[in-house]
Design a protein around this ligand. Structure first.
Ligand code: FUB
Ligand code: ZN
Length: 657
C-alpha cells in the first residue's frame, strides 16, 4: 500500500491531540477527564519497580518472552500475513483468522516496556512490525489480513466468529500505548483510520453490525479519551447497546451469539464465553465511567457479584467450561477440568480496575490482586518462554498434562500476559482530588504529582508477598496536607500502622483503604505490618469438588501441593491435611534457590496405610473398623509456580481429616 495514499486518507484529529496533556504522561487507562472516575491512574513511567517480587518476572518478559514470541510469530507466518496483504511477500496466509490481534497485543506490551525506559532492540523490532502493519492498510482504512483476497467476500459476514472488530480494537489499543510510549502516531493513525472506516460504514442509519468478540468498545473509549472525539464513545455505546435490527434476529439464536448482540444492560448473570464476557464488562465499565448511565452500573454490579459469589476460582480464574470456553452454572467450579484461560483472569483484572476507578472500593483491587498473583501469574513460566492457556487447579501428573507450552495456534494468552507484566507499574498508585492511593506492594519508587500539581515521590520497601511489612517514604516537594489511602487487603487480619514513628491505634478505614490525612513532610515514613499467618480456606459447599477439602493461602498467594515435594513415593492425592490449623500449624521457610525464590509451607498430614490383604473395598459404615494411617509432612508451594520443575501431580484443594 502506498503510504502517501494512506496519509491522504488520514482523518486524524490533530487539534484534539494538540490540546491533550503530554503523550508520555498518560496512564494505562486515562480516566483524567472521565466524569465518573474518582480515581486517576499514574503513567507506567512514573513508577520504577525495583528488585523484588515482580522485577524478575518483568525482566524475563523483556529479555525472553517478548523477543521469543516475535520469533515465533515470524516462524509461524503471522507477520508475513501483513506482508502478504501489502505485497511485500508472496506467501499463503497462515494461522487462525484472529492472529492480527496477537501481533497488536505484542506491540502494546512492547509499548508498555518502552514506557518504563527505552529498549532500542525491542523498539526497532516493533517499528519494523508497525511498518508492515501500516503498509497492509487499504485506502478505505480497512485492515485485516484474513478478510481479504480469497476471503474478501466474507468481510463483515461472519460477525459471530470473524473477530474483525476484535482485531481492530487491539490495533487501536496497541496504537494508543505506542503513542503514549514514543509520541509516534504511526500505529495510532492506522488504528484511527480503521475506527473511522467502521464509524463511516456502520451504526444507526448505516449498515447494522455487531461485534462477536467484544474488545472494540474498550479501544473506542480509550480512543475517545485520547483524541477527545465523541464519535468513538458513541460507537462504543452503539455496540454495547445493541442495534435493534440485530437484536430482533438474535433473540432466536444461541447464547454466545445472543450475548454479543443484545443490549449489555439486559444481562443478569455471567454466561457464555468467559473472555468475551470479561471484555464486554470492561468496556461497559468504561462506558459507565464516561456517561454515568446508571443502568450500566446496575448491570455491572450484578454481574460482578455473580462472578465473585458464584463463578470465580480461588485463584481469580474464571470460565470453568472447556465447551465454549465458557462460564459454568453457579458453583460449577471443577478443579481438574477448570478451563480458566489466562486471558479470562486478565479480563477480570481489566474489569476490576475500571470498577475501582468509579468507586475506590478495595474489593475490586483485592480481586485484581487475587488474579494478578495467582490465576494470571501462573500463565507465564518462570523461564518466560512457556505459557498456560488453561490454568487448572488440579493436574494428574500424566505427561499428557503438559500445560505449559511455547506456542499455541490460538496465541491470545502469551501477549496478554506480556502486556500485563509490562504495564504493571501503572497499577500501583492512583491520585484523587484529596490525595494519593497505594494499591499494590513491592519495592518501587513513584515520581509523580498530586492533583493540585504538587510534586510527590513515594518509595516502598518490602519483601511482599513473602513478608507483610511495608515501609513507605512519602515525600511531597514541600509540606502538604493530603490523604494517603493505602489498601488493606481483605485477607489481612490484624494490621499495625505507624506514621512518622508514632503508632496509629485505630487507623481509619474507608472502603477497605487505610486513610491517613495529615500534613505530610518530605521523608515522612509509614510502616504497615500485615499479618501473614497462612490461612486455611474452605469453599461454599455447593462447589462439589471442594467438599471436605481446604485450600491454603498466605498473603495474596494461593498455595498448591506438587507431588515432587511430598515424602518419597507418595502423590499429592495420598495426603489429608491434619486437623484445621492453629497459628503454628504451618512452618514457613524462605527458599531462595527454589522456583526463583519462594516461601514454602509445610504442614502435618496423614495418609492411609496400605490395606491389609483381604480388606474389603466397601463396608457398612457402622461395622467398619477403620484403616491404619501414616503420619507425615506435606509441602506446599505458591500456585503460580506449578509445573516449573517437571510435570507432576498438583492440587490446590486438599482433603482434610
Ligand atoms: O477468540 C480470540 C481469543 O481466543 C479469545 O479471547 C480466547 O478465549 C480464545 O478463544
Ligand atoms: Zn487467551
Amino acid at each position: 500500500m502506498d503510504l502517501k495514499l494512506i496519509a491522504a486518507f488520514s482523518l486524524f484529529p490533530v487539534l484534539a491531540f494538540a490540546q491533550a496533556p503530554p503523550w508520555k504522561d498518560r496512564p494505562v487507562l486515562d480516566t483524567a477527564a472521565s466524569p465518573q472516575a474518582i480515581l486517576h491512574g499514574v503513567p507506567v513511567s512514573a513508577v520504577t519497580v525495583r528488585d523484588g517480587f515482580w522485577s524478575p518476572r518483568r525482566k524475563v518478559n523483556v529479555e525472553v518472552s517478548l523477543p521469543s514470541l516475535l520469533a515465533l510469530f515470524e516462524e509461524n507466518g503471522i507477520i508475513d500475513n501483513f506482508r502478504r496483504v501489502s505485497g511485500r511477500k508472496d506467501v499463503p496466509r497462515r494461522g487462525p483468522l484472529y492472529t492480527d490481534s496477537d501481533v497488536y497485543k505484542w506491540l502494546e506490551a512492547v509499548a508498555f516496556v518502552l514506557q518504563s525506559g527505552d529498549n532500542p532492540q525491542l523498539r526497532k523490532s516493533a517499528e519494523a512490525v508497525i511498518d508492515d502493519i501500516a503498509a497492509a492498510q487499504e485506502p478505505s482504512g480497512y485492515l485485516n489480513t484474513y478478510f481479504t483476497r480469497e476471503h474478501l467476500a466474507e468481510r463483515h459476514t461472519n460477525m459471530v466468529g470473524g473477530h474483525e472488530l476484535y482485531c481492530a480494537g487491539h490495533l487501536v489499543q496497541g496504537g494508543i500505548a505506542w503513542y503514549r510510549a514514543t509520541g509516534d502516531r504511526k500505529l495510532l493513525e492506522t488504528g484511527v483510520r480503521l475506527a473511522d472506516y467502521v464509524a463511516r460504514e456502520f451504526g444507526p442509519g448505516k449498515q447494522p453490525i455487531f461485534e462477536g468478540h467484544p474488545e472494540f468498545e474498550l479501544a473506542m473509549i480509550e480512543l475517545y479519551r485520547t483524541t477527545g472525539d465523541r464519535k468513538y464513545l458513541d460507537l462504543a455505546g452503539y455496540f454495547l447497546g445493541g442495534d435493534p435490527r440485530n437484536v430482533a434476529k438474535a433473540r432466536e439464536r444461541d447464547i454466545v451469539y445472543l450475548f454479543t448482540i443484545k443490549p449489555f444492560t439486559e444481562r443478569t448473570h455471567l454466561e457464555g464465553h468467559a473472555v468475551r464476557a470479561m471484555y464486554a464488562s470492561s468496556g461497559a465499565a468504561d462506558y459507565y465511567l464516561e456517561t454515568g448511565d446508571k443502568a450500566y452500573w446496575h448491570t455491572l454490579a450484578t454481574l460482578w457479584d455473580d462472578m465473585v459469589q458464584r463463578k470465580m476460582y480461588i485463584t481469580g480464574g474464571v470460565g470453568s467450561r472447556a465447551d465454549g470456553e465458557a462460564f459454568g452454572d453457579p458453583y460449577e467450579l471443577p478443579n481438574r477440568q477448570a478451563y480458566t484461560e489466562s486471558c479470562a483472569a486478565i479480563g477480570t483484572m481489566f474489569w476490576n480496575w475500571r470498577m475501582f476507578q468509579a468507586t475506590g472500593d478495595a474489593k475490586y483491587m483485592d480481586s485484581f490482586e487475587r488474579a494478578l498473583y495467582n490465576g494470571a501469574n501462573s500463565g507465564l513460566s518462570l523461564s518466560g518462554n512457556l505459557y498456560c492457556y488453561r490454568n487448572p487447579l488440579e493436574l494428574t501428573g500424566d505427561p499428557k498434562d503438559r500445560i505449559r507450552n511455547p506456542w499455541y495456534d490460538t496465541t491470545c494468552c502469551p501477549p496478554n500476559l506480556q502486556r500485563i507484566l509490562a504495564s504493571l507499574p501503572g497499577y500501583f498508585y492512583s491520585t484523587s482530588k484529596d490525595g494519593l492511593w497505594v494499591h499494590l506492594f513491592d519495592n518501587n519508587s513513584l515520581n509523580w504529582k498530586l492533583e493540585d500539581g504538587t510534586a510527590i515521590q513515594v518509595s516502598q520497601t518490602t519483601k511482599y508477598p513473602w513478608d507483610g511489612k511495608l515501609e513507605l517514604t512519602v515525600s511531597p516537594a514541600s509540606a502538604k496536607e493530603f490523604t494517603l489511602h493505602l489498601r488493606r487487603p481483605s485477607w489481612a487480619g490484624s494490621v499495625h500502622v505507624s506514621v512518622a514513628g508514632a503508632a496509629v491505634a485505630a487507623p481509619a478505614l474507608e472502603k477497605g483503604y487505610l486513610t491517613v490525612r495529615r500534613t505530610w513532610k518530605p521523608g515522612d515514613k509509614v510502616v504497615v505490618q500485615f499479618d501473614m499467618t497462612p490461612r486455611l480456606v474452605v469453599s461454599n459447599e455447593l462447589i462439589r469438588d471442594n467438599i471436605g477439602k481446604v485450600a491454603v493461602e498466605r498473603g495474596p498467594l494461593v498455595y498448591c501441593m506438587e507431588s515432587l515435594d511430598q515424602p518419597k513415593g507418595t502423590s499429592v492425592f495420598d495426603w489429608r491435611l491434619d486437623s484445621p490449623a492453629g497459628k503454628d500449624s504451618f512452618i514457613f521457610t524462605w527458599k531462595p534457590e527454589s522456583l526463583g525464590g519462594v516461601v514454602t509451607l509445610t504442614h502435618h498430614a496423614t495418609r492411609p496405610a496400605k490395606p491389609a490383604s483381604g480388606q474389603p473395598l466397601y463396608e457398612v459404615k457402622s461395622h467398619a473398623a477403620g484403616q491404619a494411617s501414616i503420619q507425615g509432612e506435606v509441602t506446599l508451594v505458591p500456585y503460580y509456580a506449578f509445573h516449573n520443575r517437571e510435570i507432576t501431580a498438583m492440587q490446590v484443594w486438599i482433603p482434610t481429616r
